[in-house]
Design a protein around this ligand. Structure first.
Ligand code: BGC
Length: 807
């Protein structure tokens, strides 16, 4: 392991799903798991390829109920390539002995390599080396090259390589009871020119997919002509076979270049023909590699976050940035796609988009704002659906879905399986109305970071106001104590979906929802003020909002109810204090890993609803999203007394009652402890870093990375430990590095300043602009404001006295 290289030695079938997910290659438009090219789905392998936004809906019957699921579709396998000696079996661990196996993912260059030796039953040893890329430069292209060297034999090696459309969605064991055949075959053919083509169509969304591949052979690095045998199997597989004469120590290489197009792409005609055209223009492997490396260099230039010499955290941070950029990149801008919670790396959560973009957008807004904007536009285009959903629920404004796919309708499943008990259970998670608050929050923070008033004017304000209108309408007035309540919802903690003494799902006055509603209603007014009277009048008119509505928003934002425990802790929801304390020690002793308490308790005929426990940060999540000042301003607005201990007291209470059943949870805990308990924050951060690389949830990463947690660990570093803020038309820094972290350095884009260099140690912060940039950078370090001439840099010494705040 080095700061840029994820390296695995030896084969380990049990670890293979994890490696496949972590070695996924992608470019924001499509991605392919790092499965061995010779593997087919089954056993420990799952060679999935997914294109952003390519969804399909299938229907099943479960327990007499019709269940529809929309899934990101597994596309034909472009990597498919096998090797065999003469008439022998395919070379691999099943037919020979594999040794010296090394797999490396080079994060800097975006290249996956695999090197190994395989010795067959006759003692013939062959050395194999493969390189793969999914081009960050040419978004339709991928390439694989395979070099073979016979070590102690000579004879014939046969390489069979093709495009394999015999695929289904079978990547997640829990979903295998449900249908997974999304593709209807089109054509499979090999042209006279040797170009291999496969087309298919998704069966209900009717998205057409076209793939084309060409091959060439090199001997000792020099191209040579060899006879090619075309192979076509039905309408789903097309490939070629070449027989190569090998002698010891002579390298024979087969290069494969592939283009993948879908009917969702712009500026193409028929996807099959388009893939063929792309291929004609495509360079061979080294040419594609050079362009790809250059594109990655540009991305790293903007996106790398350097920390002092620690190899493992540095590598994991880069791995997280790498997978973030492979899921959403400048190639996503044109696609009308959201941010899938599990990346384009596997089939968990069916490729759906949740609130996890809260953890991803801050990184993008400060590096690649055009990409962040595109992600917000995914939401904006689905406003009509969100409005219709609000109407169907008898509400005004827009109600965004908890899980979103192609159309923006609610895609959450109605039933979910507890694999521990085998029970199908009602899934109420769609009651997480707070998703809309995340959309509004992201919109506002994007504006603060970029100053993109045009976006706010044309798209952002509309979203913000429609979300505000929904929540203001959702709140019901309780005259008896002059407070508004938001009833029948769920907070982020998915282990509470109902009160144990009530037979309908949903909770009342979830603290997270109510605080964020009050904040959103206040920002909606700020947004209107910012746009000026003409646009303000237009928008209100367009959205059917009048002065009485704005007055109600104002009233709700001052009168929403928050519930408190007797000792001044913010209560997660109304009635939480009546729940039982949970036997944490007993369950830990009995089960070891208790992160999935929902499954454990349900299998015992019990329920998480009855206890003071949380799957993940819920009430404390507000302290991640809002600064202390913002939070206390909300309390002042709502007329709740507080002291400077309200936040730490509330954090302390929930930290001990959270089992971290979501990878997001440790990110949030690290964040909220970053100021008050740096040691513990650092430990949580290190644990959050391990979520995927070490698959700490025991098997979930193989089904797709946890993009929110990945991005969250990076965002934490850039914003929590640095106190970086974009509020108030200035870039604010208030660094507070954990003791274990000596320094960090990164570059960001703030408003009109494309390259702001930030370097932070325990002793000083240095901010540099970019030469040639004329505008002055408004900067705040701790409480002092500066106007930085971007042609120079600013060095501000940091006093250590703040560390006394650590407990
Ligand atoms: C978490 C949600 C999250 C979802 C997708 C769930 O386990 O509870 O907060 O949005 O995973 O990552």
């Amino acid at each position: 392991m080095t700061g840029w290289l994820l390296r695995y030695e030896g084969l380990d079938p049990a670890q293979e799903p994890l490696r496949e997910a972590l070695c996924t290659l992608g470019n924001g438009r499509f991605a392919t798991r790092g499965a061995a090219p010779e593997s087919r789905a089954g056993g420990c392998h799952y060679p999935g390829t997914y294109a952003a936004g390519v969804f399909n809906r299938l229907t099943d019957e479960v327990d007499g109920r019709r269940v529809e699921n929309e899934s990101m579709v597994n596309l034909p396998d472009w990597q498919s390539l096998t090797l065999r000696i003469a008439e022998g079996p395919d070379l691999g661990p099943e037919t020979g002995t594999v040794s010296a196996y090394v797999q490396e993912l080079d994060l800097r260059r975006g290249v996956l390599t695999r090197r190994y030796r395989v010795t067959d039953a006759q003692g013939r040893t062959t050395r194999i080396a493969q390189r793969r890329l999914v081009s960050m430069a040419d978004p339709f292209l991928a390439a694989l090259d395979t070099t073979v060297v016979a070590e102690n034999w000579e004879g014939r090696i046969v390489v069979r390589s093709g495009l394999d459309g015999r695929v289904e969605n079978t990547g997640v064991a829990r979903y295998r009871h449900l249908s997974g055949r999304h593709l209807r075959p089109g054509e499979a053919a090999v042209g006279d020119d040797g170009v291999v083509q496969v087309t298919a169509e998704t069966c209900t969304s009717r998205i057409r997919i076209g793939l084309a591949a060409r091959h060439r052979v090199l001997v000792d690095g020099r191209p040579c002509d060899v006879p090619v045998v075309p192979l076509v199997e039905g309408d789903t597989y097309a490939g070629t076979e070449v027989a190569l004469d090998v002698v010891p120590d002579r390298a024979v290489t087969v290069e494969k270049v592939v283009a993948l197009c879908t009917s969702r792409d712009r500026a193409i005609d028929e996807p099959g023909a388009a893939a063929g055209d792309e291929l004609v223009r495509a360079p061979w492997f080294d040419g594609a590699l050079a362009r790809h490396e250059f594109a990655w260099r540009r991305l790293w230039d903007r996106c790398d976050v350097e920390i002092d010499g620690r190899v493992r955290p540095s590598l994991i941070l880069r791995l997280h940035v790498f997978h973030l950029l492979q899921t959403v990149s400048p190639h996503s801008i044109d696609l009308d796609v959201g941010i899938p919670a599990r990346g384009l790396h596997g089939e968990a959560y069916r490729g759906h988009v949740f609130w996890d973009e809260l953890f991803v957008l801050p990184f993008l807004s400060l590096r690649l704002p055009e990409v962040a904007r595109a992600m917000l536009l995914y939401r904006w285009r689905r406003l009509p659906q969100a409005r219709a959903a609000a109407r169907a629920a008898g509400r005004r404004g827009a109600m965004f879905p908890w899980q979103s796919g192609s159309t923006g309708r609610e895609e959450s499943q109605l039933l979910h399986l507890n694999p521990r008990s085998g029970h199908w259970l009602p899934d109420n998670s769609a009651l997480q109305r707070h998703i809309g608050l995340a959309v509004a929050f992201n919109t506002w923070r994007y504006y603060e970071a970029t100053g993109d008033i045009a976006f706010l004017d044309v798209h952002g304000a509309e979203m913000l106001l429609e979300v505000a209108a929904f929540f203001a309408d959702l709140a019901t007035y309780d005259r008896s104590d002059d407070r508004y309540d938001i009833c029948g919802v769920m907070g982020p903690d998915e282990y509470h979906d109902a009160l144990p003494w009530r037979d309908r799902p949903g909770l009342d006055d979830n603290a997270y929802t109510n605080v964020m509603t009050a904040w959103t209603l206040a920002r909606a007014q700020d947004c209107l003020d910012l746009l000026g009277p003409r646009r303000q009048a237009e928008l209100l008119d367009q959205l059917g909002l009048g002065r009485p509505d704005l007055e109600r928003w104002e009233h709700v934002s001052r009168k929403l109810r928050l519930c408190w425990h007797d000792d001044g802790v913010l209560s997660q929801f109304r009635g939480y204090d009546r729940l039982e304390e949970f036997d944490w020690d007993g369950y830990r002793r009995r089960y070891g890993d208790i992160s999935r308490l929902d499954r454990i308790l349900e299998a015992q005929g019990d329920s998480t609803n009855g206890y003071k426990l949380s799957k993940q940060a819920d009430a404390v999540m507000v302290f991640q999203l809002l600064t202390a000042d913002e939070f206390y301003a909300v309390l002042d607005r709502l007329g709740y007394p507080h002291d400077r201990q309200t936040i730490p007291r509330t954090i302390r209470y929930y930290v001990d009652r959270t089992c971290h059943g979501s990878t997001l949870s440790k990110v949030v805990h690290a964040w909220v402890l970053a100021r008050g308990n740096r040691r513990r924050a650092w430990d949580y951060w290190l644990e959050a870093l391990e979520s995927d690389i070490a698959d700490t949830q025991g098997g979930t990463t193989g089904e797709g990375i946890h993009l929110g947690a990945m991005a969250g660990t990076v965002d934490l570093l850039q914003r929590a430990f640095t106190g970086l803020e974009t509020r108030g038309d200035a870039l604010g820094l208030d660094p507070y590095l954990p003791d274990a972290l000596a320094s960090m350095r990164f570059r960001l884009r703030y408003r009109d300043h494309p390259e702001v260099e930030v370097a932070i140690t325990h002793h000083e912060v240095v901010v540099g602009g970019n030469p040639g940039q004329a505008a002055v950078l408004p900067l705040r370090v701790r409480d002092v404001t500066y106007q930085l001439d971007p042609r120079s840099s600013l060095r501000v010494p940091l006093s250590r006295k703040r560390n006394s705040r650590d407990r």
